[in-house]
Write a protein that binds this ligand. Sequence first.
Ligand SMILES: Nc1ncnc2c1ncn2[C@@H]1O[C@H](COP(=O)(O)OP(=O)(O)O)[C@@H](O)[C@H]1O
Ligand SMILES: [Mg+2]
Length: 241
Amino acid sequence: MNELSSSASTPTIQCEQLSHSFPMAGERFQVLKGIDLTVMPGEMVAIIGPSGSGKSTLMNLIGCLMTPEQGELKILGKSTSGLTKAQLADVRRDHIGFVFQQFNLLARTSALDNVKMPLMYHDEPIKDADERARACLESVGLGDRLHNHPSQLSGGQQQRVAIARALINRPDILLADEPTGALDTHTSGEIMALFRKLNNAGHTVVLVTHEMEVAEQADRIVMVRDGCLLQDSSQHLEGAK
Ligand SMILES: Nc1ncnc2c1ncn2[C@@H]1O[C@H](COP(=O)(O)OP(=O)(O)O)[C@@H](O)[C@H]1O
Ligand SMILES: [Mg+2]
């Protein structure tokens, strides 16, 4: 976490009227329709909504993996509008750790080397890469699995490796798109407890799920439906259960 994350009153994430469409059958399919969302430092927010509602698109925009057609995204108070691909990659490297449903680990590659991967995108070689990767794996409870390949690990352990990889650049923001979607209920609970622990350690966490039991582990629940943000408070959703 670096100098940009200085002010506690500066939103960590600010989406202003984010809109996006994809080409479909010769027309445009409007997947996001003017999303306003502000996430403050230290928040843990769950984005919930049915399949196809635009959750992953919103996460990919917040994660600077793609740019919105309309609207503005600010990360730590800084606009990302007009940034080049290389500049967006720098924002990702310096501020954002991304966790995916399918773990996206390199096969035939040790946990340690998987976690070290994002360090390759620095201009200068990172001297203490091994120690950093080991510390990240220890922080997710895998200090005794450094040299195992993904195929030698359970689904929950693989997701822990992916979380360690997301932590390696000490991000301000952890984004997770359906991080428990490929896991059984018990393991999901363990992974959510890990996100809670990381949130308590200072990471702002935004995760996507379509399961209310998972979303309820967050402090705040945001619902996306048909590309719109419907409600923005866990209290408002009480009646929807
Ligand atoms: N790259 C793409 N090209 C075309 N359509 C897409 C693309 N990504 C997503 N979509 C469409 O946008 C809609 C929302 O997708 P997505 O954001 O993945 O929703 P969710 O994560 O809530 O299931 C879906 O109808 C999907 O088919
Ligand atoms: Mg999705």
